[in-house]
Each structure stands twice: as C-alpha cells, then as structure tokens.
Design a binder for this molecule. Structure first.
Ligand code: URP
Ligand code: ZN
Ligand code: ZN
Length: 459
C-alpha cells in the first residue's frame, strides 16, 4: 500500500514549496507539484496535508534510552523512549554504546543494538571509548565495518569509568582522522571541577549548587583543549550539548583558527535556567552540564538561528521524580531530563519569538544536519525520491500546553510543564508506515532497524 500526501508545504533547509508527495512501500516515490489521485495505484491512501508542513522526519542525535542499572535505570527503555520520540515527529535517534569492560568496541555496539531491539523507529549508534590499548586500531576498523562511525569521549565523569585522559588523544586523534571516524566529546574540565569541589561540603550540596560546581569556564576550558588538539591533528571535532555563551565563544575562536567544529545544543539550554534548580523540584532539572542563565539561553538561540550551532539533540535521559529526589545532593542526583517528545514543539516556538529561527532552520538542525554529520544522508534527513519515507506532518495551528499529563515519557514529568505551544507534529510516518496520528500510536514494537552510518560529511 502507498500513501499520497496532497497539498502540503514541503520543507527543506533551502525553502518551502507546495507539492504532493507519493510513498510506495518504504520509500518516497515522487515529489511533484501535483500528483493526481487517479494516477496512483488504487490501494494508495490519500491524505490531505493542506495547511500542514511536510518535513523529513526529525533526527534526535543524542539520546539515552534504557540507560543504567537497578534503581537508577531510566524510566524510558528503547520502546518507551522511541514511542515518545515518534509522538514528537522523530523517526531516527542515535543512542550510545558503552565501551565494554571486556570485549571489543564492536561487541559493545552489538550488545547495544540488541538492547535496542524494541525500538519502534530506526536508530544508529555512537560508540563510547574509555580506554586505549594496542588493539584499538583494529577495533576501530571493525566498528566502522559494522556501521558505527562516531565515537564518544568524556573529559569528565571519572566516577563512572568513562573518563578518557586527554593524554590519550595524541594516539587516538590521528587514528580517527585517518579512518574518518568522527570524535564527539562531552567536554568539561574535570580538573577544574575537582578543584572547585574541594571547597564544597562533603554532604548536602543542593541542586542549585550544580552550576557552581560545573561552571561555564569548565566547559570552555575543555572545549579549548580538545579543539586545539583536534586542530593540531587536522581533524574535525563535535561538541555535544553546548550549554553556555563561554563555550560558544570557544567554538567561534576555534573555527576562526581553522578547526572544523560541529556544535550541538539541547532544548533545555535554550528554554530553562539555573533558577529551576531551586526549590523542592530542583532535582528534576538537573543534567550535566547544568542549566545556565537567561543570557546563555538567548545567546544560544541567536547562534542557532544564525547557523553557528549546527544540531539540536535532546540528550533525553529520563528518570522519575522519585529517582531524582532520592538524594538532595547534586553530586548524586541521576543526571538528565526527558525531551525527545517535546523538542519539535519547543524549537518551532522559537520561530514566533522574533529570533529569526524558522521552519527551514528547524528542519536543518533537527534533521538534515544530523543526518549528514552522522553519515545517514540522504536516506534519512531528506525528502528525495528513492529514500526512506520518514516523514513528519506538522500543523502550525495545533495548540496545547505541555504537562505531565500530555507528555509520553514514562518519567512522569516534563521540565517544560506549563509551556504553551502553537504548532506541533500531527502525523509521523516511519519507512512508509503511519506510526502516529494525533494522540494515537499505531506503530509496532521492534520495527525500528539499526542503521549503518557512513562517513561523516565533515570529513
Ligand atoms: O545529564 C546528562 N546529560 N545525562 C546524560 C549523560 C550525558 O552527559 O550526556
Ligand atoms: Zn554528556
Ligand atoms: Zn548525553
């Protein structure tokens, strides 16, 4: 069976145009100004998309579904997280595989692919690398053959065993450059954070102190060190979750010096501030890096609107209020907030705020750019005939209010509670199948496929 979307406004980063779009099976078959109903096979379902935007499905390039163990396991596993994402118009997500304590990097990725088996939409993976050893070059080749072409490094989180000492970069970076693997970094200066924490009380450091413990200068310092190292080796670098003006300034400086920097931010750094960390619900707003100030929000939104920030991804990491409030100390509160389901309405709302952010930019930062940077384009992130029919139909007229009652995450809350929106996804199509219409989920557990990523467009 096919689908014909008629009369919609098709969106690409280059502009919008009125056109019909025909889907046959899992693929987009044609995009033309008019595709008459009588010219398509008889079993084609015709959907009137007039008054709607028709966009390539959104891509959430930074998620943590099914993360952790025991009591600290996220509320959303791969099924729940991907359903929430689908309601938000997301048709592809990219999650993270840990560096296994025993076994190769590719084995780590295969384990994670197995864990993601219940996903309802397609997904790719970034591979964590937490240790160097002599087999790493061979393991990287194997990983690339499997279709994992981006690595994730941390300059912090020693206590979780993911920290990779920057002294390892001199060996790792040239390898990644030569093999054309993209290095993505959670960059905060651990030494600086450790120094600050020495002056902090051993107990009872509330969530409102999290931005003091992990200040923008820790982010900026780590960006500079990693960016300069990347530049010395003539390779690009990708910074996840840019949260502050200070870090953005470093991105600009590095680029000015010729380093190819890809910058990602997350909706919470555009809409929320450190003030949310005060009061009894403060723990619900704790993530790393922490929330900053209204000025940081504004500067990041402007940078996003100008194209200085390339990608928005949610860093969806959903713990329940019970989990978040188990300890009042910001060093022990499980970090992260849910967001996959809400990102599209939040981002679309930026367009009405006079920032210059428009629907084309939304499509660029939340679909085309991540598809290109993570080697999934044009199969994902485009409306080109012959590619996967991953599509979101977006109504500029749908209004609503975000609340715990309306969001789909199993976290049971949203950090955007009370947010009024005008414009939201109304239908999500994954490889030719309608999986969300309005408030109804029509997809099936386990239909999401692992996507083999090609080389990043930044190489
Ligand atoms: O607080 C966050 N962001 N939790 C998820 C892990 C990470 O650092 O991205
Ligand atoms: Zn991170
Ligand atoms: Zn993350």
């Amino acid at each position: 069976m096919g689908l014909l979307l008629t009369g919609g406004t098709l969106v690409s980063p280059q502009g919008t145009r009125k056109a019909d779009l025909l889907i046959a099976g899992e693929k987009i078959l044609a995009v033309e100004e008019t595709i008459p109903g009588h010219s398509v096979p008889g079993d084609t379902r015709i959907i009137d998309a007039s008054g709607m935007y028709v966009l390539p499905g959104f891509i959430d390039a930074h998620t943590h579904y099914g993360l952790g163990e025991g009591e600290d396991r996220t509320a959303d596993g791969f099924y729940e997280g991907s359903v929430a994402a689908a309601f938000g118009g997301i048709t592809t997500f990219i999650d993270f595989a840990d560096h296994p304590r025993k076994g190769t990097l590719a084995e780590g990725a295969l384990t994670r692919i197995g864990e993601a088996k219940d996903s309802v939409i397609d997904f790719a993976l970034h591979q964590g690398l937490y240790r160097m050893h002599p087999d790493i070059p061979r393991e990287l080749d194997e990983l690339k053959r499997l279709g994992v072409t981006a690595l994730k490094l941390f300059t912090t989180y020693r206590q979780f065993g993911v920290y990779l000492d920057p002294s390892a970069w001199k060996d790792l970076f040239p390898l990644c450059r030569d093999k054309r693997l993209l290095v993505t970094i959670h960059a905060e200066d651990d030494e600086l954070i450790e120094t600050i924490s020495r002056d902090m009380p051993p107990k009872g450091l509330g969530p409102e102190m999290h931005p003091v413990l992990r200040p923008p200068r820790a982010e900026a310092s780590a960006f500079m060190k990693a960016g300069e190292a990347a530049g010395e080796h003539g390779m690009p670098v990708y910074f996840v979750h840019v949260s502050s003006e200070d870090a953005l300034r470093v991105v600009r400086k590095l680029r000015k010096g010729g380093v190819r920097v890809v910058a990602e931010t997350a909706p919470h750094y555009l809409f929320l501030t450190g003030d949310h960390l005060r009061g009894p619900d403060g723990p619900l707003y704790l993530m790393t890096p922490p929330l900053r100030t209204e000025r940081d929000n504004r500067i990041l939104i402007e940078a996003l609107s100008r194209g200085e920030i390339d990608i928005v991804a949610t860093d969806h990491c959903s713990y329940t209020p019970e989990q978040k409030k188990r300890t009042g100390d910001c060093r022990f509160i499980p970090a992260g907030v849910p967001g996959s389901g809400e990102a599209a309405v939040l981002l679309y709302s930026l367009g009405t705020g006079g920032s210059g952010f428009d629907i084309e930019r939304l499509s660029a930062v939340f679909s085309r750019n991540p598809a290109k940077v993570f080697g999934l384009y044009p199969e994902k992130g485009s409306l080109q005939p012959g590619t996967d029919a991953d599509i979101v139909v977006f109504s500029p007229d749908k209004e609503g209010t975000l609340s715990a009652a309306t969001v789909k995450t199993m976290a049971g809350y949203t950090p955007y509670d009370g947010f009024r929106y005008f414009g939201a996804p109304v239908m999500t199509i994954s490889r030719g199948k309608i999986i969300v219409v309005g408030d109804n989920f029509l997809g099936d557990r386990g239909t999401g496929r692992f996507l083999r990523s090609g080389e990043s467009s930044v190489y």
